[in-house]
Design a binder for this molecule. Structure first.
Ligand code: HPA
Length: 278
């Protein structure tokens, strides 16, 4: 991969998106599998298909569209990414995280990132949102490998505070006020596309994780590298606990539960944005 080309590609996308926007978004919401409906909550929407953006990758995963939705939430301009790029689809880590660089250069300060995840913590309940307090990169690679673009961030970024503590506190308050039960925990990212074997479920739990999924961590790494503040929310769609597995897991089941859980996640995110000082 030629880094000069990559930088140029990102800058071309930024120029195009800027030409389409009247107001600059400060917040991006990345919508995970089955969570696309959250974009419908935005007012005065402008839709930008990825296929119209020069340089932008195109999404293929089920339950994902492929468009940016820019609109207002309680008077704040927000951009939602409906359709993300997964490593298991064959995208490079640079393509998986391409949109995050674009948002960084657009001046977006906050990344709200969502996903569907399996519970490794046996106490967790299917259909609850989990606030991500920390993560483990278990994908076997890192989106920052390769030449560092110094104007984008440091060669060796600090990761001691990956998820913004103020946003975690706000999420707790908001969930309590809305009467929505949430979990909190550590998300571990695997490459996928296989769901876990029972031995892998046990291993991932031993490593210190509460939920497992196939996304999010690359985007969070790049967002932190670029100086953004991050808030992560998982939809717990199934139990990745050997003793609790009753039947084979399917992507359809994950999407169905994610869609249901998405309503609660949307409510939490909207109320958080409302109460944020941006
Ligand atoms: N494992 C990995 N990824 C997932 C799962 C799971 O159980 N559920 C949703 N995404």
């Amino acid at each position: 991969m030629d880094i000069t080309n990559y930088v140029e590609r990102v800058e071309r996308s930024v120029d195009y998106i800027e030409s389409k926007l009247k107001k600059k978004p400060k917040i991006v919401i990345v919508l995970g599998s089955g969570l696309g409906k959250i974009a419908d909550l935005l007012e005065d929407r402008i839709i930008i298909p990825y296929s119209n953006i020069p340089g932008f990758p195109i999404s293929t995963a089920p339950g994902h569209k492929g468009e940016l939705v820019v609109g207002d939430l309680h008077g704040k301009t927000v951009v939602a990414m409906s359709g993300r790029f997964h490593y298991y689809e064959g995208y490079s880590m640079k393509d998986v995280t391409f949109p995050i660089r674009v948002f960084q250069l657009l001046g977006v300060e906050y990344l709200f990132i969502t996903n569907a995840a399996g519970a490794l913590n046996p106490e967790f309940k299917i259909g609850r949102p989990m606030v991500i307090k920390d993560h483990i990169n278990f994908m076997g690679t890192n989106p920052l490998i390769g030449p560092n673009v110094d104007k984008w961030g440091p060669r060796f970024p600090d990761m001691s505070v990956p998820y913004d503590p103020n946003l975690i506190t706000l999420a707790r308050t908001v969930s309590r006020d809305l009467g929505i039960k949430i979990h909190e925990g550590v998300y571990i990212a695997i490459s996928g596309p296989c769901f876990e074997t029972p031995a892998e479920m046990r291993m991932l739990r031993h490593l210190g994780a509460d939920a497992v999924g196939m996304s999010t961590v690359p985007e969070v790494i790049v967002a932190k590298h670029g100086g953004m503040k991050v808030f992560g929310l998982s939809a717990i769609t199934d139990m990745a606990v050997p003793e609790a597995v009753k039947k084979p897991l399917t992507a359809e089941e994950v999407l169905e539960v994610a869609e249901k859980t998405g309503e609660k996640m949307g409510a939490i995110i909207v109320e958080m944005v409302k109460r944020m000082d941006v």
